[in-house]
Ligand binder design. Structure first.
Ligand code: IMP
Ligand code: MG
Length: 184
């Protein structure tokens, strides 16, 4: 079946500048998955997806892994509906599976200031996992405030507000197959 992506016609979306096409995202996801599979060979890490933004990345990523994994999700809210973090981060859904003494891999859509990931890492460390690593599809580094080490990075960008492939602006655009820079 041919899907009609007419709603993605660039002329109808003057505010969206293409950043990563579907095929490029596929390459990025495949290569990150290969690296993770090789690094965790012989182990069964728990992948912790950060809702909502990481839902598409995580679902594509796990299907390219060649190791067994367990999957859970947490959810934090900080952004409200704008493009700048409100600074106050709230956990709105905690971890549900037992992660004590487990190898954790946090899966994020995009890291900006890093404050969200810092908060999430501290929260997960309180459950005494064996190891904690971080994987993000996009590392947007210009506004970094928190000192965090990201172990797996799909794509680095300097700045700009990105939407599509799970990334939202005011809850919109998440279902676009490509990633765009939204001119705000
Ligand atoms: P940080 O705490 O500033 O690193 O922000 C991280 C969170 O903000 C991510 O989990 C995203 O959900 C969201 N975010 C940051 N930058 C963008 C963007 O360019 N597009 C969509 N969401 C973003
Ligand atoms: Mg978001």
């Amino acid at each position: 079946m041919q899907i009609d992506y007419n709603f993605l016609n660039a002329e109808l979306m003057p505010d969206l500048i293409p950043v990563l096409k579907k095929t490029e995202i596929e390459q990025v996801v495949t290569s990150v998955a290969m690296k993770i599979s090789s690094d965790y060979e012989g182990r069964e890490p728990v992948l912790v997806g950060v809702l909502k933004g990481a839902f598409i990345f995580l679902s594509d990523l796990v299907r390219h892994l060649t190791i067994p994994v367990k999957i859970d999700f947490i959810r934090v809210s900080s952004y409200g509906s704008g493009d700048v973090s409100s600074g106050s981060i709230r956990l709105t859904k905690g971890i549900e599976i037992d992660i004590a003494d487990k190898d954790l891999l946090i899966v994020e859509d995009i890291v900006d200031s890093g404050l969200t990931l810092k908060y999430i890492t501290d929260y997960l460390l309180s459950f005494s996992p064996k190891t904690v690593r971080i994987c993000t599809l996009i590392d947007k580094y210009e506004r970094r405030e928190a000192e965090i080490r990201i172990d797996y990075i799909g794509q680095t960008v300097k700045k700009g507000f990105l939407v599509g492939y799970g990334l939202d602006y005011a809850e919109g655009y998440r279902n676009l197959p490509d990633i765009y820079h939204l001119k705000l």
